[in-house]
Design a protein around this ligand. Structure first.
Ligand code: C5P
Length: 409
């Protein structure tokens, strides 16, 4: 996919800058050419020489570089590529991009370009969570900039949370996604959800029985992940709370990984407020009552009794919140019979505004498959859609939700 593609890589400052060297290798392995620009603070962490050596291209650092101005020029740098990747994108670099500054080579090139841009933020947890950074993120997303990460995990300064640079291979996958987007001066999809916050749950949950065994289901996460990707492409600021899945993280989305239903509920609560909440996860209804601390032994006798406890209903909990209830709450209903009838009952029982219902009988191949045939069940009617691939279902759903008026609980 990246064979012959030209990437301009803007390397920002920060402890994660060293990972951009690995990113260069990964991009070049796939046949891309990479031209590096280092900000002044990036040079505190890595040298232009190491970036240039790995790229096999000169590294650019200065706006008023006499060689650059005569040989290439920053306007040409801003044009002679297929995409620009900013990794790591620091809080400061994001702020300068969002504000339209052009006070060094990196920001000048970013302002002078019409190329697709991907940023991979990396910073301290609190800097990432600060309203100013989140405002800048929303502005950049509205401008059509694609975002990958940051990931959650252990950070420098012995902290934990979102702020880690996405892994080089995740960035590579996002670059591929960026280059696959249909070219358009607006930056791809129509921005019908610009400035709106969308929360999506996806995937199964795993409920431990003991340290090595768990209860799970066949959900692949494909539909939920496609919805998160479509909402991001439509300009929303998206948080995806995902159970264990093997589908890749969608680009431009903040992903929070969880295992159990209780962890999913906590992550959902932490991600609120949202304008639209879409619960596509196949949450396990039950968990093992009292997870064994040690692996259960066979010991040749009777199998151990498996007692179950009820999991929290995440959708109903959020839909029935008084204060802070998202104005639009969407649930899914996977049924194997009387699909619409059951979905109508579920709409009332859970207190949500819309149920996306589908028939998951094994014969339909929907669970884990590529296509989906859904019915939108609302208080005032039902819309049945033809069988479409899950990405198309996601795009249509996002457009449909963007046109719906916020509901009152
Ligand atoms: O009750 P049922 O599992 O059929 O409801 C499906 C809908 O409820 C889905 O939107 C699913 O994400 C959500 N759900 C939930 N928490 C649960 C069970 C289901 O959020 N514990």
């Amino acid at each position: 996919m990246l064979q012959g593609r030209r990437i301009l890589l803007v390397i920002g400052g920060g402890i994660a800058a060293y990972k951009s060297l690995d990113l260069i290798r990964r991009l070049r392995e796939r046949g891309a050419t990479v031209r590096p620009i280092l900000t002044e603070s990036a040079q505190e962490f890595i040298t232009p020489l190491s970036a240039a050596a790995l790229c096999g291209e000169p590294a650019h650092t200065d706006l008023f570089d006499r060689n650059l101005e005569t040989e290439i020029g920053h306007i040409r740098l801003a044009r002679d590529a297929d995409a620009i990747v900013v990794a790591p994108a620091t809080a400061n670099l994001m702020a300068r991009m969002a504000g339209g500054h052009a006070d060094d080579l990196a920001t000048t090139v970013l302002l002078a370009t019409t190329l697709p841009i991907l940023i991979a933020p990396a910073m301290n947890v609190r800097m990432w969570q600060h309203p100013a950074t989140q405002r800048n993120l929303a502005a950049l997303t509205r401008d059509g900039v694609m975002v990958i990460g940051p990931n959650e995990g252990a950070m420098a300064e012995a902290e934990w949370g979102p702020g880690r640079l996405a892994e080089p291979l995740e960035i590579v996958a996002a670059v591929e996604g960026l280059l696959a987007r249909p070219p358009s001066p607006q930056g791809g999809e129509e921005q019908v959800l610009a400035g709106r916050r969308v929360l999506v749950t996806s995937g199964p949950t795993h409920e431990p029985i003991d340290p090595v065994r768990y209860i799970a289901n066949r959900s692949s996460g494909r539909q939920g992940h496609a919805i998160a990707a479509a909402a991001a492409a439509a300009g929303a600021e998206v948080t995806l709370v995902s159970g264990p899945v093997s589908v890749p993280d969608p680009a431009g989305v903040r992903v929070v990984r969880v295992e159990t239903a209780r962890e999913m509920l906590a992550a959902v609560e932490a991600a609120l407020p949202a304008d639209i909440a879409i619960f596509a996860a196949a949450v396990a209804d039950w968990r093992a009552a009292g997870e064994a601390e040690q692996k259960l032994k066979k010991d040749g006798g009777e199998p151990p009794p498996l007692r179950l406890a009820l999991n929290p209903d995440i959708l109903a909990t959020v839909a029935r919140r008084g204060e802070g209830r998202p104005p639009l709450v969407v649930g899914f209903a996977a049924e194997t019979e009387r699909v619409v009838e059951h979905a109508k009952a579920k709409l009332a029982r859970k207190g949500c505004d819309l149920i996306v219902a589908n028939d998951v009988s094994p014969a339909t191949g929907i669970m884990g498959g590529a296509d989906n045939a859904v019915h939108l069940v609302m208080k005032d009617g039902v819309e049945s859609w033809p069988s479409l691939d899950k990405e198309e279902v996601a795009r249509r759903l996002v457009n449909r939700l963007a046109r719906m008026r916020p509901q009152t609980p």
